[in-house]
Design a protein around this ligand. Structure first.
Ligand code: BF8
Length: 679
């Protein structure tokens, strides 16, 4: 028998690694075509690796502890489940609940750190701008600066001889930059932005002792508490997880969004295209991948300059085509209408087109295998951030310094142009691309629904109350190679809009929706239920609103707060008919986002899997008991249709609690009615 087994293993090894089935790997035709192309060229991608490398089932359930060298301690669930007391223990005695909670909040720490360190970089550049140390970046949106200054408690007016006057903008910028940067490491107090939340929510945070003190401290404390022999109560561990997640959503991420808007412009709706078909064979294709707009803004400015376009033409190209991947794509799209090339899972495929002259990356969600793929083509892969290098020797590292931003950007763009002539493989750019309208934010939603004269969330609330819009959903997050690319996003979103739920989207979910054509006003007539379609048609918006990158999930928190403020839908975010979702999540950032949604009162459903199944008591705590504290809770549903219907059921539960579960039209009074009233 043992010999038979060996023979089977040997036969499999002789066949070589399995290749991904393109149809099973993705619902997107461009992706399918390029997976086939990769197989023809013998280039391995993440889709193939997913066939051959299976996840560890114990780690998958959250019950593997490797926080000390006595382990890793693996605590599988006994067959048939647990009867009586759970006897599972690690060497130190850690229970499955302790281990799962430790692992979970370490994921929150990773995600919060990633978003917040991004925010810190933005704050540092903003301080350089305020100190006038750099010419490359400017304050593009002074109105937003004033709004942010006020939210941070920075005075925007001064008293002169008993008169109130506007304060000097340079002074406001400097004090705002210093105050913002201080949020990462201040010694006392709590994060200033926490008071932007509805008051009842703030009071809940205070009561449960989860108000973040400063951004960095909450991440550090997670690492301390999860060290061997420190916090051994899953509830207390989650208290710190909550504090760190809130420090991300209402701290690091929100500051990143706000300061980016001040320097690069607050988004307003723009039209563009999405998918790998945006690359052009006869152009120099520069792909920008990663997250921080500090780099991509400069590359975009330089690449569109006459000097660089002429230089590209001198090399035989018709021009320069810029396109983005991951959240850099969302940042470039929402402020400049630069097209989106790809989601997270398609990054290797952009190089496999044979037309990517340079891929410029900074931080987060960048696969190390890009270097191996780039080796098979002429593509220059350029890392630019001091904290994110690659070991492979075909990767160029050009460190980007904001003090020499334009010079650095020029150097990088020239490398891409010079590389145009070196294309080796036959170019194969899929023809698929879709139109999209993106760039909705708290401000533009207000404007779109109320106009510049009466900008307000009142119209949105009114349509939720009268039932045309059943509720709101935030559908966000990644792709995950353990599930069919984009299938979850699209099925969940289509089911929601079909049921009159207005969807707000960010990150790779937004890119998936763009590729499916859901980000156009016309999509409402095709896919939305009658109520939502009517609203979309009246105000000219898509049924799915693109709110930006993953740090811009903070925009969803503020939009929900605006809904509460506009009245008629309760007095806390947890009263509003709203639900959150990440159908194809994979990153630690998604866990941090999920948890700050939950702790802000939002019922949040994740797809694929969650590392909690091996610790049922801990799972029950975050899936059920959290609701009693903050009004929001976690859920898991891999089936996208059931996933959407769980969200809809929650929205309906909230509608019922508000007494708006029966469709009602606002009664418009005619003159006779008014006269009757006056009597
Ligand atoms: O931060 S959605 S795969 S790109 S982690 Fe990454 Fe996930 Fe995409 Fe942006 Ni967000």
């Amino acid at each position: 028998m043992a010999d038979e087994k060996k023979k089977v293993v040997a036969a499999k090894a002789a066949k070589g690694p399995k290749l991904a089935d393109p149809i099973k790997a993705s619902i997107d035709p461009a992706t399918q075509e390029l997976i086939v192309r990769a197989h023809e060229l013998g280039v391995e991608t993440v889709f193939d690796r997913a066939e051959n490398l299976k996840p560890c089932s114990i780690g998958d359930q959250g019950i593997c502890c490797k926080n000390c060298s006595m382990g890793p301690c693996r605590l599988p669930l006994p067959k048939g489940g647990i009867e009586g007391e759970d006897q599972r223990r690690g060497l130190c005695g850690a229970t499955a609940n302790t281990i799962a909670a430790r692992n979970f909040i370490r994921m929150i720490a990773g995600g919060a750190a990633a978003h917040s360190d991004h925010g810190r970089s933005v704050a540092e550049v903003f301080l350089s701008v305020a100190r006038k140390e750099t010419e490359a970046y400017k304050i593009k949106d002074p109105q937003k600066l004033l709004a942010v200054a006020e939210a941070l408690g920075v005075a925007t007016t001064v008293e002169v001889d008993g008169e109130t006057k506007a304060r000097d903008m340079d002074e406001i910028a400097l004090e705002t930059a210093e105050t913002a940067l201080n949020e990462w490491g201040k010694a006392e107090g709590e994060l200033l932005y926490m008071k932007r939340a509805p008051k009842p929510l703030y009071e809940k945070w205070k009561k449960h002792g989860v108000l973040p003190r400063n951004i960095d401290r909450e991440v550090v404390e997670i690492m301390h508490r999860t060290h061997i022999g420190v916090d051994q109560d899953y509830r207390n561990l989650m208290k710190q997880g909550t504090r760190a997640a809130l420090a991300d959503g209402w701290g690091g991420s929100m500051l990143a969004t706000d300061l980016q808007d001040i320097m690069f412009g607050t988004p307003s709706p723009v039209q563009a295209e999405a998918n790998l078909g945006v690359m052009k064979e006869d152009h120099v294709n520069i792909i920008l991948h990663g997250h921080e707009p500090i780099l991509s803004e400069m590359i975009a400015a330089v690449a569109q300059s006459r000097e660089m376009v002429d230089y590209a033409k001198s090399k035989g190209a018709k021009g320069i085509q810029l396109a983005g991947i991951c959240c850099t794509a969302n940042e470039l799209l929402q402020r400049h209408g630069i097209p989106t090339a790809a989601t997270f899972l398609q990054q290797e495929l952009a190089i496999i087109t044979g037309a990517c002259d340079a891929m410029i990356v900074d931080i987060q969600c960048i696969m190390q295998n890009l270097a191996n793929v780039a080796k098979c083509f002429h593509t220059k892969l350029i890392t630019t951030h001091p904290i994110a290098k690659m070991e492979q020797n075909n990767v160029l590292h050009i460190e980007f310094d904001e003090h020499y931003a334009l010079e650095d950007a020029k150097k990088i763009v020239k490398i891409a142009i010079d590389n145009f002539e070196n294309r080796k493989a036959e170019v194969m750019i899929p023809r698929h691309k879709s139109a999209q309208v993106a760039g909705f934010g708290v401000e533009s939603v207000e404007y779109h629904l109320g106009g510049s004269f009466r900008g307000s969330y009142y119209t949105l609330n009114d349509n939720i109350i009268n039932g045309r819009i059943r509720g709101l959903a935030g559908v966000v997050g990644c792709n995950n190679a353990r599930t069919r690319h984009n299938e979850g996003h699209i099925a969940v979103v289509k089911e929601l809009i079909k049921n009159d739920v207005l969807v707000l989207t960010t990150g790779c979910s937004a890119i998936a929706c763009a590729m499916e054509g859901l980000l156009t006003p016309e999509a409402a007539a095709v896919h939305a239920g009658p109520g939502l379609a009517e609203v979309c048609e009246t105000v000219g918006i898509p049924p799915v609103l693109h709110l930006g990158s993953c740090v811009d999930n903070s925009r969803i928190l503020l939009a929900a707060t605006e809904v509460v403020k506009a009245g008629g839908l309760g007095n806390d975010i947890s009263d509003v008919p709203v639900a959150g979702s990440a159908p194809e999540w994979m990153s630690e950032k998604a866990i941090s986002i999920g948890h700050y949604f939950v702790a802000s009162g939002v019922y949040t459903v994740f797809g694929v899997k969650l590392p909690v199944e091996g610790a049922p008591v801990f799972k029950k705590y975050i899936f059920e008991e959290f609701e009693k504290m903050f009004g929001g809770m976690w859920d898991l549903e891999p089936d996208p249709i059931k996933h959407a219907h769980k969200m809809i059921a929650h929205i309906d539960k909230k509608r019922k609690a508000l007494g708006i579960d029966k469709a009602r039209e606002r009664v418009l009074l005619d003159m006779a009615d008014r006269r009757a009233l006056e009597m």
